[in-house]
Design a protein around this ligand. Structure first.
Ligand SMILES: Cc1cc2nc3c(=O)[nH]c(=O)nc-3n(C[C@H](O)[C@H](O)[C@H](O)COP(=O)(O)O)c2cc1C
Length: 294
């Protein structure tokens, strides 16, 4: 299926864009208008874009249905400061409630039942319950259009970070299983960015992996190994030595395969299955030895 964005309605397009670009982090943005009235709203068109200078961007769009603007956008144009807080799983229902389109001047801290903590550097207060909050100066508001659905990028420079020490590991780094962040998916779906939903992939930073293109064809063109397996195999710098492979052929798991099958095709199939199992367990070097036997 091919979609031409110009051939469908904005609301349909919105559905495909938000359903596909997932998961999205959530900026819980507090702002004030020029009279000092506080507003709090969530925005999942959000990310970090720079560490030096530290820049966050979120986007309160013009409404698709009537092209009106959101209070958050009006407020940052009146008073260019915001506090962006991170939403934890413990906050998700109240955060959702705060996205109700209350009239101007209504404080969503009160409506959603969050505690308002004075900020150090900016006028908008921060959400006391949030595990991390960024006090920000709004550098620029970049409008992406004047029609309904047009994003309005609020470009924020981080002045100060508040961080609950309970989310740190023993090395002082943020532990995702303590942060308990949630993200936004398409429709009404959210994702828990912790527990079974997260996993580690070794960075190919220090080593220069040989690449999938250098994996011998008899291994690369496999009915057993998946793209993820090939990615792991291609991330090693060099193949095991002939001696290491020969020694490994005596290991019971391998010798059983070699003794149980007499045709090459079945031996290779079983070796690939064993390698796949090892790769699933993160044993890349051992998997390479298994694969190099035949
Ligand atoms: C998790 C979540 C993410 C949202 N993300 C966005 C977004 O990125 N942009 C947007 O314009 N509205 C977004 N919304 C809707 C706004 O939060 C909603 O329109 C809100 O009432 C705006 O409040 P305001 O007019 O007080 O600024 C989101 C709502 C939720 C619950």
């Amino acid at each position: 299926m091919i979609i031409n964005p110009k051939g469908i309605s904005t609301s349909e397009l919105h559905g495909y864009l938000l359903g596909a670009v997932t998961p999205r982090p959530i900026a819980f943005a507090s702002t004030v208008d020029k009279a000092g009235n506080v507003n709090l709203s969530p925005f999942s068109f959000f990310n970090v874009f720079s560490a030096n200078p530290p820049i966050l961007i979120f986007s309160p769009s013009r409404r698709g249905r009537d092209n009106t603007t959101k209070h958050t956008l009006d407020n940052v144009l009146e008073h260019p400061e915001t506090v962006v807080s991170i939403v934890s799983n413990e906050m998700v229902q109240q955060m959702s409630l705060s996205s109700t389109e209350y009239e101007k001047g209504i404080n969503e801290f009160t409506k959603a039942g969050f505690n308002q903590e004075p900020s150090d550097r900016v006028k908008p207060p921060r959400v006391l319950e949030a595990p991390v909050s960024f006090e920000c100066k709004v550098q620029e508001v970049k409008s992406l259009g004047k029609e309904g659905g047009a994003g309005q990028l609020v470009i924020c420079e981080v002045l100060l970070i508040h961080l609950d020490e309970k989310i740190l590991d023993e090395n002082g780094r943020i532990n995702p299983n303590k942060l308990n962040a949630v993200g936004r998916m398409g429709g009404d779906w959210y994702v828990k960015a912790f527990g079974d939903a997260i996993f580690e992939v070794a960075k190919p930073l220090k080593t220069k992996g040989m690449g999938v293109d250098r994996i011998p064809d008899r291994i690369r063109i496999s009915t057993v190994l998946t793209g993820n397996h090939l990615g792991m195999l291609g991330n090693v710098e060099q193949l095991p030595s002939r001696k290491d492979v020969q020694d490994f052929a005596n290991e019971p798991e391998v010798s059983t395969i070699l003794d149980s099958f007499d045709d090459e095709e079945n031996i290779r199939l079983e070796l690939h299955k064993l390698a796949a199992k090892l790769l699933n367990e993160g044993e890349v070097d051992t998997a390479w030895k298994v694969l190099m036997i035949r």
